[in-house]
Write a protein that binds this ligand. Structure first.
Ligand code: SF4
Length: 341
């Protein structure tokens, strides 16, 4: 974790702002900074959102500092998130998105980090009424209650719709300089962005794959059928074509070079990797169920996506016990369809 500067005597409070990178979280930071409150922007990352920030957190920090004057910290909360996602207390949204429990978890983790950052409160860029479910008043109150954040959770963009927080009561934040936005319109946010000179920002709500109609089905099945789900499993679920083999194997076949690279990079102990032998074709990964039958069946599925002019294809199978070449015929269409997710 990066070094945190001591709280300056002249300034007011210090707050942790949950930072998605969307306009509202940027504005929440700016509204607080404008009145002299010190802001630590905290970007939580899971296999389902924010992954780009993990590739190079230093570059992400510099970008936020250079572009918005924001002190950004990145924290990977994958394990806590996966544990929550298995059985969220408030259930799922339309897809596999546990929006209420997602917010509760993030606020709870941020509250636990207050001492580490020398901060007094947690803030978000939420606006009451902006989203039909998770930004209703009752839902917002539930987040505060269930996250153990009573009096500690400030929403600078719509603070006047809620009672004053402890930081406001203690004069660490000037309530008069907080806002009273509400509803689905974006006009007020746009003009605030203009006032703060913010021109280039991502569109709202982009980037959470749990709310993706297709991927969410895959995650649901993964969580229903497998135990001990890892962050790597959740990333693997986001690449390639997926097949479930009779012996319990989970086969993922790349659809293009980028996916082949991705699938290769996600291989871990116990997995089998399948490569086309001496001819072009996809890369595939078999996780679980990797006995003789599993490997042969996986190879015949993969052969289905290769050109096999002589009727069969040779596939190199690499795993913890070494490598072997299998000669297989492509699996018939009907069988392929029965295995396909
Ligand atoms: S859309 Fe995804 S990131 Fe956003 S609140 Fe819902 S689950 Fe969390």
């Amino acid at each position: 974790m990066e070094e945190i500067a001591p709280l300056s005597a002249k300034k007011k409070g210090r707050g942790i702002v949950l930072f998605s990178g969307g306009l509202d979280s940027i504005l929440a930071c700016k509204v607080l900074q404008e009145q002299g409150v010190e802001v630590v922007a905290l970007k939580f990352v899971t296999p389902f959102f924010g992954q780009a920030a993990l590739k190079d957190p230093g570059a992400e920090r510099s970008r936020a500092a250079g572009k918005y004057g924001i002190d950004l910290h990145v924290a990977d909360i994958s394990s806590e998130y996966i544990a929550m996602l298995r059985d969220p207390a408030h259930g799922y949204g339309r897809y596999f998105n546990p929006c209420l429990d997602c917010k509760i978890l993030m606020v709870r983790l941020a509250v636990a980090m207050l001492p580490e950052f020398g901060a007094h409160f947690v803030a978000t860029g939420e606006v009451i009424g902006q989203r039909p479910m998770s930004q209703r008043r009752d839902a917002m109150n539930i987040v505060e209650r269930d996250a153990g954040a009573k009096g500690l959770l400030l929403r600078p963009l719509c603070a006047h719709h809620f009672p004053p927080t402890k930081a406001e009561k203690q004069g660490l934040v000037d309530r008069d300089r907080l806002l009273k936005l509400s509803g689905r319109g974006r006009k007020a946010q746009m003009s605030l962005a203009e006032r703060f000179g913010i021109e280039d920002y991502p569109t709202p709500a982009g980037g959470c794959v749990l709310a993706d109609p297709i991927l969410s089905k895959r995650f649901r099945r993964l969580f229903r059928e497998r135990s001990g789900i890892t962050p790597n499993d959740c990333l693997l679920a986001q690449a390639g074509r997926h097949f479930h083999l009779p012996g319990g194997g989970w086969l993922v076949v790349g659809r293009n070079k980028e996916e082949n690279r991705r699938i290769h990079s996600l291989a871990c102990g116990g997995d089998l990797l399948l490569f086309p032998h001496q001819r072009p074709g996809p890369i595939a990964l078999l996780r679980g169920g990797s006995g003789e039958d599993g490997a042969a069946r996986a190879a015949s599925v993969m052969a289905r996506y290769m050109k096999c002019p002589e009727g069969s294809c040779r596939i190199r199978v690499a795993g913890p016990e070494g490598e072997k070449i299998l000669e297989v015929v492509p699996i018939p269409d009907q069988e392929l369809a029965s295995l396909r997710e």
